[in-house]
Design a protein around this ligand. Structure first.
Ligand code: THG
Length: 264
């Protein structure tokens, strides 16, 4: 499972405050905790700062990569902010994101090509986000084919079925699960990712909903997620799901982790 740490996002009040104070110590500590918890990428999103995003995103990339030796998931719909962040990013980033929207596709594709980064491909286009799995899959397929035709290798593409809150869209979980299964068949070499915590907006016991959905999604082929890696329950759920689905030979990873816990 490729884990992307979600905590450096200014939609979270604590992070908005830290960025406002330009509190490098606090921001880097949050990055370090996620790295220590097994994140492969650290998501960086300062989208709530709108006007300042083009300055702030590269600043965050610089200070975080001085602290942790990990690639970052550059989370912005603004191609200029992405370009400036890529200029200072070390290693191969994960660009979050491209979509089938014509303007966005045209502006983000050159960044993917020139940087050699991987990219999150949102299953949507100028028609918006489809209501059912068939329309999400269609948008995802078209986008995937355009990326492959542009020379982006399958392994660099992370499809995102787009997870919506079940509090306002009861079918959102089901639609995403079906889309994941069908994306997996259509693009077996690519990755499938989702922003896990979206599912539980507006409901109590969000972590319960997040980790329950995670195990269902892993069963359908999800192999990457933007989530809070510092939540110990979510890590255990992932270990259990992978063992139960035959993704952990002889359950070795499960056994080793449980033993480690018992020793502590
Ligand atoms: N797909 C892609 N990228 C994404 C998302 C996605 N990036 C953003 C988001 N969705 C994933 N990241 C988060 C980060 C935080 C939360 C949800 C998703 C979250 N935060 C609490 C809140 O806003 O209520 C935090 C409260 C707080 O601490 O203040 O839920 O789907 N490609």
């Amino acid at each position: 499972m490729i884990i992307v740490g979600e905590l450096i996002n200014t939609s979270r009040k604590a992070m908005a405050d830290a960025v406002n104070r330009r509190d490098e110590g606090e921001i880097c500590a949050v990055a370090q905790r996620q790295a220590d918890s097994g994140a492969a990428y650290i998501d960086v999103n300062c989208g709530t700062f709108l006007e300042e995003e083009e300055e702030l995103l590269p600043w965050l990339v610089r200070i975080i990569q001085e602290q942790v030796d990990l690639p970052l998931c550059l989370d912005s719909p603004n191609p200029k902010a992405l370009a400036k962040a890529l200029e200072v990013h070390r290693g191969k980033a994960l660009i979050n994101s491209i979509s089938g929207e014509e303007e966005r596709f045209a502006q983000v594709l050159p960044l993917v090509r020139e940087s050699g980064a991987s990219v999150i491909a949102l299953c949507m286009d100028d028609e918006g986000i489809g209501e059912d799995a068939a329309s999400r899959l269609e948008a995802g397929k078209k986008l995937g084919e355009r990326l492959l035709n542009a020379g982006i290798e399958s392994e660099r593409i992370f499809f995102d079925p787009l997870l919506r809150p079940v509090s306002t869209e009861s079918e959102a979980g089901q639609v995403a699960l079906e889309t994941i299964a069908r994306l997996k068949l259509a693009f077996p070499q690519s990755h499938i990712i989702c922003g896990l915590s979206n599912i539980s907006f507006g409901l109590p016991k969000r972590r319960l909903l997040n980790r329950t959905f995670l195990s269902m999604a892993v069963a359908r082929g999800l192999d990457s997620a933007i989530l809070d890696p510092t939540d110990p329950e979510i890590r255990l759920t992932l270990l259990a799901a992978e063992a139960l689905l035959g993704k952990d030979e002889f359950c070795l990873n499960y056994l080793n982790n449980i033993r480690e816990q018992e020793e502590n």
